[in-house]
Design a protein around this ligand. Structure first.
Ligand SMILES: C[S@@+](CC[C@H](N)C(=O)[O-])C[C@H]1O[C@@H](n2cnc3c(N)ncnc32)[C@H](O)[C@@H]1O
Length: 272
């Protein structure tokens, strides 16, 4: 299911006609979606200097031709960006994953502050999930028909889970201070929402088809930029070497434009 389709369905029970909505971390899909809801007031925020996102959103808002729909550049971690109780709904669609860890809590706190009492925040982002999977092997299939007979070959996954568990802290240490981009586990978000004081925190998951090639090339570009900024020469050359191996592997596989994979997303609704 498309990400925005899922959100549309999940929040279809609300009436937005008289509402003031904040698109926290704007972009083509969320801005289009929110314009379609025809709210009374729509404020779309792009990060200071992110003209690329801001311009796309401006074009979408111009089509709606409503003077109460506007784009603002700023830092959502800055509490002074809006006054308290300014919005009835806030959508943060693929925003949190772009925030440095030091900005996540201030941003969630600001959302709380900026929501009017009873106002709601909706948060959709990629899930970083670790699924334990025991490795099995076939013992006997007998004839080709019937159920495979499986036996546990290895519990290696339980060891590798620790590595996965440490993957996010490792990324945060490597790239902290830079905006973008960690997939925070929904478990963390749920705890943080509770700490801020939100009520009625509801969580769900969905999966969305993603183009494999587009995603790989996008991430490759991102990784090159980040590694390019590392000052430790040995770390930099080691990472670039590893990256080269991945690129060779990718090139060797001749992956077509049509190839997709399923990405897991989490969705939160919470109330002030
Ligand atoms: C991945 S995009 C969001 C996608 C968008 N919702 C869509 O539908 O296309 C992330 C957005 O968050 C904004 N952003 C990132 N960090 C921010 C910050 N600290 N304050 C405000 N906006 C931020 C970026 O400028 C960008 O507009």
């Amino acid at each position: 299911m498309d990400r925005i389709d899922y959100i549309r369905e999940a929040i279809s029970i609300y009436d937005f006609s008289n509402a003031s909505i904040l698109d926290a971390g704007t972009g083509k899909s969320s801005a289009r979606f929110l314009v379609d809801l025809k709210p009374k007031v729509l404020t779309c925020v792009a990060f200071t200097g992110d003209i690329r996102k801001g311009k796309t959103t401006e074009e979408i808002l111009q089509l709606a031709d409503n003077y109460q729909y506007k784009v603002i550049y700023g830092d959502l971690a800055d509490s002074k960006l809006f006054s308290d109780n300014s919005f009835d709904f806030i959508l943060a669609d693929q925003l949190l994953g772009e925030l440095a860890v030091s900005k996540v809590m201030p941003t969630l706190e600001n959302f709380y502050r900026w929501l009017s009492p009873g106002g709601k925040v909706f948060i959709a982002d990629r899930e970083f999930y670790q699924k334990p999977e025991i490795q099995y092997e076939y013992v006997s299939m007998g004839e080709t028909k019937g159920n495979a007979n499986l036996s546990v070959r290895s519990n290696q996954d339980i060891v590798e889970l620790i590595g996965l568990f440490l993957a996010i802290p490792k990324e945060i240490i490597l790239f902290d201070g830079k905006e973008r981009n960690f997939d925070y586990p929904s478990l963390w978000i749920s705890l943080w929402l509770g700490h801020v004081g939100y009520k009625k925190i509801a969580q769900s998951f969905f999966e969305s088809e993603i183009s494999l090639k587009k995603e790989f090339l996008g991430r490759l570009e991102w990784a090159r930029q980040r590694i390019g900024g590392i000052t430790n020469r040995d770390l930099k050359s080691g990472l670039l070497k590893e990256l080269e191996i991945l690129v060779n592997e990718f090139d060797g596989r001749n992956i077509g434009d049509e190839e997709v994979f399923l990405r897991k997303y989490f969705f939160f609704q919470a109330e002030k």
